[in-house]
Design a protein around this ligand. Structure first.
Ligand code: NI
Length: 177
């Protein structure tokens, strides 16, 4: 299919709430999954939400392979998540560094729920119901925020912890999202 342009922060389409998917069998939706996958992989991202390529539907994809250069990073299974509902499993929050393909070259320290349950549907329209924690939970919260028109800089509590990746983490060659 196609690698699509990723909208950058400042584009008003990134601030609009996305609509739920109603027709799970449409050809447009099948093409959207492929385009999102191709786009995320081409940019070496950890996740992508449909509004980031200008499609206002409640579809996110994410997935992180184990990388020998970052032995502490957890793997997250590749997932297509449609019409997601998030339920925090406790009040515990944790600060962690995030980036975003719509905010290229930057990182910020963002509070997220440490553990949550997420429900929704996969690419075949089958239910997904998972309880996850830590990095997996962070990735899901970041991507689902895109469906609500929220970009991670809007959640940074202390803007002293927002800056350019190569300055914050010199020599680490971090991926963008
Ligand atoms: Ni993002």
């Amino acid at each position: 299919m196609a690698i699509r342009d990723v909208l950058k922060m400042g584009d008003p389409r990134l601030l609009e709430p996305a609509r739920p998917v109603e027709d799970f069998a449409s050809l447009e939706l099948a093409h959207l999954f492929v385009d999102m996958h191709d786009t995320m992989r081409s940019l070496n991202g950890a996740g992508l939400a449909a509004p980031q390529i200008g499609v206002g539907l409640q579809v996110v994809i994410f997935g992180v392979d184990l990388n020998p250069r970052y032995p502490d990073a957890e793997s997250v299974p590749f997932t297509v998540l449609i019409n997601p509902v998030l339920t925090p499993l406790s009040d515990a929050m944790e600060e962690g560094w995030e980036g975003c393909l719509s905010v290229p070259g930057m990182r910020g320290l963002v509070p997220r729920h440490t553990a949550l349950r997420y429900q929704g549907f996969d690419a075949a329209g089958q239910p997904i119901d998972r309880s996850v924690s830590d990095f997996h939970a962070r990735v899901v919260q970041h991507e689902v925020d895109h469906l609500r028109g929220i970009l991670y800089p809007m959640r940074i509590r202390d803007l002293r912890y927002f800056g350019f990746t190569e300055t914050l983490f010199p020599g680490q060659n971090l991926q963008d999202d």
